[in-house]
Design a protein around this ligand. Structure first.
Ligand code: GAP
Length: 445
């Protein structure tokens, strides 16, 4: 089995190569908040686009939505989040540290002793994870609102709008990507669990009698999605929620788990939310959210929802951890991010062998043309081997090198990141050769 990258190594590469920085670093940082640098934002956008294409473009019965983060506060009463979206917390009276009661050893809970210093723990208190803020200039009489803890509710409250304006018929889905916020008490492991994060959620509305069939279908499709992105199947598995793990809205839930360097953890949740959310919004808003099904002889019902809920930022961590590889090449360590070419922040690196004798000019011309089709990075500084290594570390799948022969016959070498194989290719054929290699990509370790 391949070895796992230590988190410190991954965090350090992410900083060094401009993927992820600590938020407000010059002020000492803000715990659990992270900024995506030039490489990170490209990677995150590509993961998001991959999901969006998969979920909307490739499904004729799924449409998109972009709802606002701030919503009417009644939404969160109806959804059950005001009442039930809580974590049990305990405080140590001695060292003042705070812990999630369900995450510390059972023995400590039984003896009321702090897992860090042995001091006395308080009884557990329920702590709501939603961030609150106010709309209006004077806090005392302003309107209390919450930063949404999941994007899903924006979809439920727009269910009727979408049915009417996009003329969707059950079964159909609504997909959305956006920020969510949770006042998490334990925020370690880099970008795995943060207070501000992004979700990629899809709510699939179905006839209640078909929930088993659609649940199974989405479970399989979502697992295959990660394989398509190049994530190793051996590091993924399903985990079914037991009765004590189920969220307040779920009848059945499965997580897709990934084996992170810190252990198996949830990557995405697939939930059968039944008619819980639409029914509750009907009760609280007094609006009719039933669906008239003309394909079922005019039957009127509240659709069930199968939800697929993935973390965008958590998927970025998964992609990075899964891609990291080290090997020895000619007595030196080569660090290579084996990212799927559709996710890599840069697709092609272009390098003149040397700057002089017109090679730089020809290389710039090649880079300019490739830029029309691919994210391209031009680099003429330093030894060619070092330039390759820099691109390997950010996962650039293809390298194009312009040498003296290029001036004579307008051919270049095309280098493949994973195998380091180099082939001679006419400049005019480069775009098609690269496109083909992207289409046919299979990871080689
Ligand atoms: N709408 C259902 C829902 O939000 P969830 O299991 O609480 O379900 C779904 O969250 C996904 O969102 C998780 O599988 C994870 O990928 C991501 N996620 C949840 N909390 C997160 C956090 N604090 N930081 C980063 N990602 C998080």
């Amino acid at each position: 089995m391949e070895s796992m990258v230590p988190m410190e190594t991954l965090v350090s590469l992410c900083k060094r190569r401009g993927f992820i920085y600590q938020s407000s670093e010059i002020y000492g940082g803000l715990a659990s908040a992270w900024d995506y640098g030039p490489m990170g934002v490209e990677l995150k956008n590509r993961v998001q686009n991959f999901w969006w294409r998969e979920m909307t473009q490739l499904h004729e019965n799924i449409v998109g939505l972009d709802a606002s983060i701030l919503m009417h506060p009644r939404v969160w009463e109806a959804s059950g989040h005001v009442e039930s979206f809580t974590d049990p917390l305990v405080d140590c009276k001695k060292c003042k540290q705070r812990f999630r009661a369900d995450q510390i050893p059972k023995q400590n809970m039984e003896t009321h002793s702090c897992p860090e210093c042995g001091g006395e723990l308080t009884d557990p208190r329920q702590f709501n994870l939603m961030f609150r803020t106010h709309v209006g200039p004077v806090e005392s009489d302003a309107f209390l609102v919450y930063l949404r803890p999941e994007t899903a509710q924006g979809i439920y409250v727009n269910f009727k709008n979408v049915v009417q304006t996009a003329r969707m018929r059950v079964p159909f889905g609504i997909a959305q990507v956006g920020k969510a916020f949770r006042n998490e008490i334990t925020t370690k492991n880099f970008i795995f669990r943060t207070c501000e994060f992004e979700q990629m959620e899809m709510q699939f509305f179905i006839h209640p009698s078909e929930d088993g069939k659609w649940f199974e279908q989405w479970k399989q499709e979502r697992f295959e999605f990660y394989e398509k992105m190049g994530i190793r199947e051996t590091r993924m598995r399903f985990h079914q929620h037991g009765p004590d793990e189920l969220a307040h809205y779920a009848k059945i839930a499965f997580d897709i788990e990934y084996e992170f360097p810190f252990g198996w953890r949830e990557l995405e949740g697939i939930h059968n939310r039944t008619d819980y959310d639409l029914r509750r919004h009907m009760e609280y808003s007094k609006k009719d959210l039933t669906y008239l099904d003309d394909l079922r002889g005019g039957e009127r019902y509240i659709p069930y929802v199968i939800e697929t809920s993935a973390g965008l930022t958590r998927t970025v961590l998964t992609v990075l951890a899964d891609a990291y590889d080290e090997e020895e090449v000619e007595g030196e360590k080569r660090v290579v991010m084996r990212l799927h070419p559709e996710l890599a922040p840069v697709t092609v690196g272009v390098f003149p062998l040397v700057k002089k004798d017109g090679l730089a000019e020809l290389a710039q011309e090649v880079a300019r043309d490739l830029r029309e089709d691919f994210t391209t990075f031009y680099d003429q500084g330093g030894a060619i081997g070092r330039r390759y290594r820099r691109q390997d570390e950010i996962g650039t799948p293809f390298g194009v090198t312009i040498d003296y022969q290029s001036k004579d016959d307008r051919t270049v070498t095309l280098r493949y990141r994973d195998t380091m194989e180099q082939v001679r290719v006419p400049i005019v054929e480069l775009p098609e050769r690269i496109r083909q290699a992207v289409r046919e990509y299979r990871r080689v370790d």
